[in-house]
Design a binder for this molecule. Structure first.
Ligand SMILES: Nc1ncnc2c1ncn2[C@@H]1O[C@H](COP(=O)(O)OP(=O)(O)OP(=O)(O)O)[C@@H](O)[C@H]1O
Ligand SMILES: [Mg+2]
Length: 329
């Protein structure tokens, strides 16, 4: 196996309990290409943190394997694991900084541990602070920085040892919306500039929408849905499509059948032309259009006269759109 990036094969993790056991991960197959930003979503207890701990080697799988840049983490001995971990940066919800050290010293800490000479360390710290947009703030102490700035220090520190993989467990859950957007933009920017592979655990669909190229929905330790963003968003009726492209509340009192149209990677204007050409009595009752992974994706709910439902569904599908429907309402 020589794949760059992250590869999980039939990964299982069972935790023994005093009575019985918990199947935290139940046969996960996942491939995150080098340079991709991949989101992991799922309800509380779905196995997200367990998955990340298996990727860092903090947790040994019960069976199956974990590979990072072609090295089998799940089979590595302690020494190889310590070396492999240098290629893995971690970012958490609550960044733990040394309060008595400046931002620069916090960022440089992993380099000190790695015995990088002081002059080289200063140079690298300056580069890192600039990379995360904190040039000139190296002398500040954590208490003198905002939450978003502290998270930037955490990201710079995670990048200090030149990792090829960045694992983020709820990196923005403690931040407000505007700061979240800045941090996500930073993660994407860093990925673009140094070609990192990024795995982000999050419970916020807005994070997935904003930063991820592809996404996995975990459900009780299994992969329930998976794929590139535009593709999963284009599968109507699935949980990810519904959550990535939420429909606004429907106006009350539509008469006919409800037909749901979903599209991804299509030209939105042509979708509306198709709908406009459906003729009598077809109305858009609600709709959302988003730009996901650089392409447009949307969901529309149409009100269609009940006796035209089958014909309308056929016309939409002939035009290459996903369409399904529709109970009368
Ligand atoms: N050390 C452990 N010992 C026993 N059971 C564990 C252990 N760690 C996790 N579990 C169980 O494994 C399952 C998955 O837990 P995990 O922490 O991976 O979920 P999660 O998706 O990260 O949830 P959350 O969103 O709440 O953080 C849960 O049922 C949890 O109780
Ligand atoms: Mg967790």
């Amino acid at each position: 196996m020589v794949d760059d990036g992250i590869v999980l094969n039939a990964l299982r993790k069972v935790y023994p309990l005093r009575s019985g056991e918990v199947m935290a991960l139940d046969g996960i197959d996942l491939r995150v290409q080098r340079g991709a930003v991949h989101g992991i979503v799922g309800e509380s207890g779905a196995g997200k943190s367990t998955l990340i701990r298996c990727v860092t080697g903090l947790e040994r799988p019960t069976s199956g394997s974990v590979w990072v840049d072609g090295e089998e983490i799940s089979a590595a001995g302690e020494r190889d694991l310590r070396r492999a971990r240098r290629r893995i940066g971690m970012v958490f919800q609550h960044v733990h900084l040394f309060d008595a050290r400046t931002a620069a010293d916090n960022v440089g800490y992993p380099l000190r541990i790695a015995k990088v000479p002081a002059a080289r360390r200063r140079e690298r710290v300056a580069e890192l602070l600039e990379l995360v947009g904190l040039q000139g703030r190296g002398d500040s102490y954590p208490a003198q920085l905002s939450g978003g700035q502290r998270q930037r220090v955490g990201i710079a520190r995670a990048l200090a040892a030149d990792p090829s993989v960045l694992l983020c467990d709820e990196p923005t859950s403690a931040l407000d919306a505007a700061t979240t957007r800045q941090i996500l933009r930073l993660i994407r920017d860093v990925r673009d500039r140094i070609g990192l592979t990024v795995l982000i655990i999050t419970h916020e669909m807005s994070v997935v929408r904003e930063v991820c190229d592809s996404v996995t929905l975990l459900d009780r330790g299994r992969v329930a849905e998976h794929g590139p963003l535009a593709e999963v968003a284009g599968r109507p009726g699935t949980r990810l499509a519904r959550e990535l492209i939420p429909l606004p509340p429907l106006p009350a009192g539509g008469a006919g059948a409800g037909v749901e149209v979903a599209f991804a990677g299509a030209d939105t204007a042509s979708v509306f032309r198709t709908i406009g050409g459906l003729g009598d009595g077809v109305e858009v009752a609600a709709g959302t259009v988003e730009t996901l992974g650089g392409t447009q994706a949307g969901r529309l709910r149409l009100d269609v006269p009940a006796d035209r439902r089958d014909e309308v569904l056929r016309a939409l599908r002939d035009a290459g759109l996903h369409a399904e429907g529709g109970e009368a309402r």
